[in-house]
Design a protein around this ligand. Sequence first.
Ligand code: FAD
Length: 406
Amino acid sequence: MRVAVIGGGWAGLAAAVELTAAGANTTLFEAGRVFGGRARGVEIDGRWLDNGQHILLGAYRETLALMRQVGADPEQLLARYPLQVVDSSGFRLALPKLPAPLNVAWGLFTARGVGFGEKLRTAQWMQGIKARRFRLEADCTVTEWLDAAGQTAQLRRHLWEPLCLAALNTPAERASAQLFANVLRDSLGSARREDTDLLLPRCDFGRLLAEPAARWLGEHGASLRPGSRVRSLHAGFKAVTIDGEDFAAAIIATAPQHAGRLFPALAADLDYEPIATVYLQCSAETRLPFPLLSLPGPCGQWVVDRGDGLLAFVLSGHGDWEALDDSALTQQLAAELNLGQDLGWHRVIREQRATFSCRPNLPRPPATLGPRLFLAGDHSWAEYPATLEGAVRSGRHAAGLALAAI
Ligand SMILES: Cc1cc2nc3c(=O)[nH]c(=O)nc-3n(C[C@H](O)[C@H](O)[C@H](O)COP(=O)(O)OP(=O)(O)OC[C@H]3O[C@@H](n4cnc5c(N)ncnc54)[C@H](O)[C@@H]3O)c2cc1C
């Protein structure tokens, strides 16, 4: 039974591994030269970096399980830290290694730069959300949700809004409160302490998943076709024909803007949000106080310490930073971190369509497109914004549907 997967990002890789592990004869088509999609390793000036800095959470359970399945040890490849949100304004919220939910309660009540009344109000609000199982009566923007909850002071500016932008890649004033609540449910609201941990890659994204997954697939008999852009797809009752080849089933696992070209019913009028990653090499002894630092602006949002003096600034969502050219943007970010005028090696990577914009009530496509045709990809996992975990879950789910159909 031949099954095709179109798109070798994390969703497509997850689907292909699941299919192959179940004994299907899998063919993985990928338009690019390498696998990994939006989370792939890239070589720049002899350095192995990522096409964009990514951050994982302990809550990415299926992603971590997939890594283990293909022989990529998360304990070695990812550095794990209890969550901290620290910025230069004096704000600091750090979760201790206590069992959940004590860790969150302790972190909240010991947060620096926040008044006691605000902490108490926030604790009550979080209890209320938990009691309603993180379900909102009606979706609205995160801004409206925070306003209604009276979250108007320090925690809003230094915690909720930066977390929303980081998790949904959409600013609070446009972002879906329900999707943000889902993210909180599976991280700060989880019964497992480790789900709140930050996981920062110790290697580039190729080594983290794409290369071990491709190796595993090859060793288990899958046919890998990098550099093969699928041009035509016909979904019938008995087979799916892809560029003239018949398959018993197929999974489309491309980004949303490419899925409509293969299957017109998927052509959606989505809005997208950009992400820029600014890599800046400082002197080798440069260290951030915590490997992930929140920057309270005006331009910067987050900066990751990649070790040996290499910093990666992340700018998410549409904003004023887009008007700056690469050199001005790097200067501005270096100034916000007081790094001086003399910049070392630097490179800016701008992904204009990094993720779909997580607006309230955004319709999401179904995973079943026909009797033998299925959909995966971050946009198809309705529980989450565009994330690696959503992509992996969608891929595994679509593989299960395809296996049931053949
Ligand atoms: C800069 C940046 C930073 C991010 N940061 C984070 C983060 O910190 N944490 C997080 O969880 N998520 C983050 N994300 C989101 C995350 O990367 C995506 O949600 C995830 O990678 C999507 O995977 P996917 O497999 O659904 O899609 P993609 O990665 O887009 O994969 C689709 C693949 O399909 C291929 N393709 C397209 N058309 C065809 C065709 N016709 N034939 C064959 N192949 C085709 C493409 O080449 C691509 O490789 C970030 C994204 C970006 C861009």
